[in-house]
Design a protein around this ligand. Structure first.
Ligand code: GUN
Length: 297
């Protein structure tokens, strides 16, 4: 039997990437360049505030200029679109993201369409989605991009393997499947997407050499759904009640970690797996945005 249950540390890899980004920011600073990102957050969603705080901190640590624009929950669509346009026009901010979800009553799709595709560091604009689907990715959503980077740095090559993606969201599942199927290093897998209408999910996941869980249901993936020696990537961040925890809850992934790790060859923990990678790849996408805008000036 080969070794089981090795942890993939997103914490460590993301720290490495942040160091690399810092060095690159310093190199560009010597040429009078300063990569910048603007982040718009509307309303008071507690999880969103935490995520935006982490993004802002990572920018500070790496020397990327950041501007967090906090708008009240009552903000109307026109005001939000005007703010997006203002950043689109600003030479100081090469990247722009609008934190999701938006409060009820705001049209998220229209907002994403309004972002200049050249500044779309989230990779959610249909232009960038289309580039990825067409096999020439430019800005790719940070979470799936972070997962590809984790696999690469742990020398796990998806080529010729069976990959199963649980979830089809535009944030994770769909771009993840496209990246894994792509004819390029880090891709070349045989990919299956499972979703809420898929019949007999365990019969499919149990064939996966690489299983990506991104459905947002605590401990959905149990040990019996996993092939021996599979690589398990857990994208889920779910709150479950825990009276022994200080806040009364704790965070768990979509995978039943303790049992799954006995079957898996590699597995990502929650927290400390995929989460930190999302922020690290946002920094990388911001560098890419500045590079593209610098080279086309
Ligand atoms: N909400 C949860 N994850 C993300 C993300 O990666 N980008 C944005 N804009 N909103 C999110």
């Amino acid at each position: 039997m080969s070794e089981r249950g090795r942890k993939i540390s997103g914490e460590k890899i993301s720290a490495d990437i942040r160091e690399e980004v810092k060095t690159e920011v310093e190199r560009r600073a010597n040429n009078g360049r300063l990569p910048g990102i603007a982040i718009i957050i509307v309303g008071e969603d507690p999880a969103s505030k935490v995520y935006v705080g982490m993004k802002e901190k990572a920018c500070l640590e790496t020397g990327i200029r950041s501007l967090v624009i906090r708008m009240p929950a009552e903000t109307d669509q026109q005001t939000l679109l005007a703010k997006v346009n203002e950043i689109n026009e600003s030479p100081d901010y090469h990247g722009l993201l609008v934190q999701s979800p938006l409060p009820d009553g705001l049209d998220e799709n229209e907002v994403i369409h309004a972002i200049d595709p050249a500044k779309d560091v989230d990779g959610f604009h249909p232009f960038n989605m289309g580039m990825l689907a067409g096999g020439a990715p430019r800005f790719v959503p940070c979470t799936p991009l972070g997962i590809i980077e984790l696999l690469k740095r742990y020398e796990i090559d998806p080529s010729g393997k069976r990959a199963v993606v649980l979830g089809r969201s535009h944030l994770v599942g769909m771009p993840m499947a496209l990246l894994l199927a792509r004819k390029a290093p880090g891709g070349n897998a045989t990919v299956t997407i499972c979703h809420s209408r898929t019949k007999d999910i365990p019969s499919i996941t149990s064939q996966a050499d690489i299983l990506i869980a991104a459905i947002g249901q605590a401990k959905f993936v149990t040990a019996d759904m996993i092939k021996d020696d599979a690589v398990i990537i857990d994208v889920g961040i779910n709150r479950i009640d825990d009276p022994t925890a200080k806040r009364g809850y704790r965070l768990v992934g979509d995978v039943d970690f303790e049992y799954a790790r006995e079957k898996a060859s590699y597995i990502t923990p929650v927290p400390g797996g995929v989460g930190p990678m999302t922020v690290a790849l946002l920094l990388k996408n911001t560098l890419l945005a500045e590079e593209l805008q610098y080279s086309t000036r």
